[in-house]
Design a protein around this ligand. Sequence first.
Ligand SMILES: C[S@@+](CC[C@H](N)C(=O)[O-])C[C@H]1O[C@@H](n2cnc3c(N)ncnc32)[C@H](O)[C@@H]1O
Length: 245
Amino acid sequence: MVDGVLARSFERTGADYDRYRPGFPAEAADLLVPDRVASALDLGAGTGKFTALLLGRAAEVVAVEPSGAMLDVLRAKLPAVAAHLGSAERIPVPDSSMSVVSVAQAFHWFERDEACTEIRRVLVENGRLGLIWNRSNPSCAWDRAAHRVAHPAVSDADGTTSAAAADLPGFEPVARQEVHWTERISRSDYLRRWATVSTFLVADPDTRAEMLAQIVHILDEHPETHGSEDLELPIVTDVFVYRRA
Ligand SMILES: C[S@@+](CC[C@H](N)C(=O)[O-])C[C@H]1O[C@@H](n2cnc3c(N)ncnc32)[C@H](O)[C@@H]1O
């Protein structure tokens, strides 16, 4: 069961989310859309970080997102995209109209069975679904420690993604791949990034300040980040590709 309060936390962010959250490597989009297609839908599109990679890979790009604040940023950034308010459980596009559906960093917020039924409905026969998540690289101890502050219940940072991406009703798996890459990020942007994460967004101000102080402490103490203004953050992007069964 999805935590509705956390899922709706993104209603309160937009510009900050776009500025501080990481993007996705082009290789992730290549795995899902190796050849140009007629149409692609980015579901739970947020501010369009993955949607942007679909432009040039699909003749028609559609974005669906329930947060008006996120969608405003997407519309300003990507005017060529047809952007609609909507949800994965009620996708405002016609039956059999999309060659590809992508879901970046969002599938774990969906009511899984309802979303799968809807995604099947909008996909053409043989259409592809891609689930994409950025996650902490296990080799990066300081980033793992920061993740444990934000998500204490998730001991393994990729637990959410692999659990959410297991067998999907009405789909069969085609490919699964990890893309490893490194982001250069300033210490202050890394700290601001945490303020855009769902558990921070819903925390009361005192709790949020305490969580942030813990992450500052981690950066101050760890030998790889101590005294450093520029961080090298290794990221793993998981890509799960399915086809309509
Ligand atoms: C972590 S953000 C990811 C946004 C974007 N895909 C990205 O990668 O930057 C999760 C997004 O899922 C959206 N979301 C939450 N529940 C949803 C639902 N039931 N259907 C569609 N999107 C949903 C949120 O509004 C938010 O924009």
